[in-house]
Design a protein around this ligand. Structure first.
Ligand code: NAP
Length: 280
């Protein structure tokens, strides 16, 4: 009998995911006899699939849309980030117990720690554009490093309010047209909307009120250098792209499934950049 450990990206759909490339890179680099694939889980099958993950032959898996909340609700144990978000992106089995984590926030922090060491030394206000899944993870991450208040600005204000209600009084919701009233306080500005992404409208905001020592980062990584990052750099702000968030969020899952903590290195980043280029 083989003890090959198997993991996969699971969701609906999964064809676009770059997780197999990332995990496969580490498996090969470290000579680990494991496998990381793709498993498309239709919505009508999702509850049964995650409830009995062992039956699929997987040691664990990543979870992507639309199953992150459902999978969290089926877990016997959740890490603090997944508990706070009510959503998981990483599952593993521990003596038959289904355990879940949300590593998107850790990926956000790992990216900034690597690209802009000391970025969180001076605490203060943060401004987050958008109120979807990425925003929730990033709000959690900013709060965990002591940033407050975290202003969440969204086209649909109710969704920003839902995040503020969820996280409590350190998070303040605003309508999109209120950005100018909070930008002047920002130590950190993060775009988590899909604006600026290839094929989507540009993110058209006025940065003139932003302090010049504020850090600017974008969850969007296609293109790597978004209009926001370009505009921020041009006026002297430190700007960090979003690809590192994708790479760093994958570290904890690999460690859980394959028993080794891998590093995000330049070769991995170049591999994903080449794949993004090829997909253009
Ligand atoms: P999501 O849950 O669908 O949220 C999308 C957000 O974008 C919402 O706040 C939405 O506002 C806003 N938005 C979309 N179109 C807009 C428009 N025309 N004008 C103003 N706001 C608009 O998506 P998500 O999962 O949070 O992902 C958001 C982005 O982050 C995507 O580009 C994704 O690729 C990226 N991301 C990157 C990473 C990474 O590792 N770097 C991880 C996760 C996500 P409404 O609420 O008003 O619709």
């Amino acid at each position: 009998m083989t003890d090959l450990r198997r993991s996969a990206i699971t969701g609906w759909p999964v064809a676009q995911s770059r997780s197999p490339l990332i995990q496969g890179y580490w498996l090969k680099k470290h000579g680990i006899a494991g496998d990381y694939g793709r498993v498309a889980v239709a919505p009508e099958d999702a509850e049964r699939f995650y409830r009995d993950l062992a039956a699929s032959g997987l040691t664990g898996c990543n979870v992507t849309v639309p199953h992150k909340e459902l999978a969290a609700s089926l877990c016997d144990w959740l890490d603090p980030a997944a508990t706070a978000m009510g959503a998981v992106n990483t599952l593993w089995l521990d003596n038959g117990r289904l355990c879940g984590a949300n590593t998107d926030g850790l990926g956000f922090l790992g990216n900034l720690d690597e690209a802009a060491p000391g970025w969180d030394k001076t605490k203060g206000a943060a401004v987050v554009l958008g109120a979807g899944g990425a925003a929730r993870a990033i709000v959690w991450a900013l709060l965990s490093r002591g940033f407050a208040p975290v202003h969440v600005i969204n086209r649909t204000e109710e969704k920003a309010k839902a995040i503020a209600d969820h996280f409590g009084r350190d998070v303040v919701a605003h309508a999109w047209d209120k950005l100018g009233t909070v930008l002047g306080q920002a130590r950190v500005l993060v775009n988590t909307t899909s604006l600026g992404m290839m094929g989507k409208p540009a993110l058209d905001i006025d940065l003139s009120g932003l302090p010049q020592d504020a850090l600017v980062t974008d969850a969007v990584y296609v293109p790597l250098e978004t209009g926001l990052l370009r505009a921020a750099r041009a006026r002297g702000n430190i700007a960090v792209d979003g690809l590192g968030m994708l790479l760093h969020q994958a570290v904890n899952g690999f460690e859980r499934w394959f028993g080794f903590r891998p590093e995000v290195d330049a070769e991995l980043r170049n591999l994903i950049l080449a794949d993004l280029d090829a997909a253009k």
